[in-house]
Design a protein around this ligand. Sequence first.
Ligand SMILES: [Zn+2]
Ligand SMILES: [Zn+2]
Length: 234
Amino acid sequence: MYDWQKPFQHLLNLLFPNCCVYCKRSGSILCSFCLTAILPLSPPFCDRCSGSLNQNGKCLRCTAPSFILHRLFVSSRYQEPLRRCIHALKYNRQRSLSQPLGHLLYQTYQQRCIQADILIPVPLYPQREKQRGYNQALLLAEYCALFLQLPLQPQLLRRIRPTEAQVNLSGAERRVNVQGAFQASADASAHLLGKRVLLIDDVCTTGATLEACAKPLWLSGALEVNALVLASPH
Ligand SMILES: [Zn+2]
Ligand SMILES: [Zn+2]
């Protein structure tokens, strides 16, 4: 079915280029009120993966044997107004949101004292990227790398097969869905040997996509593979 919202949204963007995506206040794509309403994670949360802890103080995400990331950092919980900002960046062609959202990633990097040598965005399958016109994770990583003055090397990791959207899949199904979907480039080890990689993405739920990205990077000799995302629902 044709999505009539897209051209309508595009027209709105042309007519009102500087209007907050959340509260519609004019002036900027994300107004200062909404920006300050995006709250950093409040403790307690898991030190390793930034996940919520259960009643016994245990994290259910990074204690799973499949969790192979060294650490996972999250800027905020997946809730308003950040939820709508991410949606607008991904599906409504609001590319300019990548600047304030990339700055949020930068702030989390500083606050959590992350140490990285190379930034790599989670790649999209080329056909998907062509449809969307861009990879939102790359846009976020570009700004984050710019603010941090760190090298960005998106060419080191590729998505080699299309995958079903993870939204309606269970944790186990998500892992199967993305297993083997990513491949490091032939010359990756020349860049990755002994380096601390920081994967960048917009949202992380179970961590299955990030784990599938981490594996080929590790096999190429990376010392550590960490990840930094804008939001996680839990
Ligand atoms: Zn606003
Ligand atoms: Zn954890």
